[in-house]
Design a protein around this ligand. Structure first.
Ligand SMILES: CC(C)(COP(=O)(O)OP(=O)(O)OC[C@H]1O[C@@H](n2cnc3c(N)ncnc32)[C@H](O)[C@@H]1OP(=O)(O)O)[C@@H](O)C(=O)NCCC(=O)NCCS
Length: 157
C-alpha cells in the first residue's frame, strides 16, 4: 500500500459529473451527525471494522467530514477526509452494485474540494488501493517511500 498526493490547485471541474449523478437521482452530500449509526453499520456491512472506526472519527468532527452518495434514501457510497490523519482522504467505498457509475470519482472530488476549502494545498490519499483509479480520476501521483507509512504495527481485528 502506498500513499498518493493530489494537487488541490489543479482539481478537475466536477460540475458535469455532479449534474450527471443528479440526473440519475443520486444525491451527493455531507452526512449528518444523527446518521452516524446508519453510515457506520453500512460501512461495516460492505467493508471492514477498521473502516468503521475511521468513519466514526469523521462523525466526531464538526462539520462532519464524511460524504455520502444516496438514492431513494439508500446509501450507495461514502468517503471521509481527515479521519486517519490530517489532510488524508479515506476510507472510501461504493457498494458493488453501484460501481462504475461515477460515484467513487464524485465522492473523491467532493472530498478534495473540502480539503481545498479548508486551506490545504495538497491532499493525501492514504493506503491505496486502486492506484489506477486515483491516477485517472484526479491525477494523483504516488508518494515515494510511503510504504508502510502510517499503516505499521497495526493491531489485528
Ligand atoms: C475504488 C472505488 C471507490 C471506485 O468507485 P466507482 O464508483 O466504481 O468509480 P467510478 O465509477 O467513479 O469510476 C471513475 C473512473 O475510474 C475508473 N475506475 C474505477 N475503478 C477503477 C480501478 N479499480 N482501477 C482503474 N480505474 C478504475 C472507471 O472506469 C471510471 O473511468 P471513466 O471516468 O473513464 O468512466 C470502488 O471500486 C470501491 O469501492 N472499491 C472497494 C473499496 C476501495 O478499494 N476503496 C479505496 C481504498 S484506497
Amino acid at each position: 500500500m502506498i500513499d498518493m498526493i493530489v494537487n488541490l490547485y489543479e482539481l478537475p471541474d466536477s460540475t458535469a459529473l455532479y449534474a450527471r449523478l443528479s440526473e440519475q437521482g443520486i444525491i451527493l452530500r455531507r452526512a449528518n451527525a444523527f446518521e452516524r449509526h446508519i453510515v457506520a453499520a453500512w460501512v461495516g456491512e460492505h467493508f471492514s471494522p477498521k473502516w468503521v472506526s475511521e468513519v466514526k472519527v469523521a462523525f466526531s468532527r464538526q462539520p462532519v467530514s464524511c460524504y455520502i452518495a444516496t438514492r431513494d434514501k439508500e446509501i450507495l457510497g461514502f468517503a471521509c477526509v481527515e479521519t486517519t490523519a490530517k489532510a488524508f482522504y479515506g476510507p472510501t467505498g461504493v457498494s458493488e452494485a453501484a460501481r462504475g457509475t461515477g460515484i467513487g470519482k464524485a465522492l473523491l472530488l467532493r472530498s478534495m474540494e473540502a480539503l481545498k476549502e479548508a486551506g490545504y494545498v495538497y491532499g493525501i490519499i492514504g493506503g491505496v488501493g486502486p492506484r489506477a483509479f486515483y491516477e485517472k480520476a484526479i491525477g494523483a501521483t504516488a508518494i515515494p517511500n510511503s510504504t508502510p507509512g502510517i499503516y505499521r504495527d497495526i493491531l489485528p481485528d
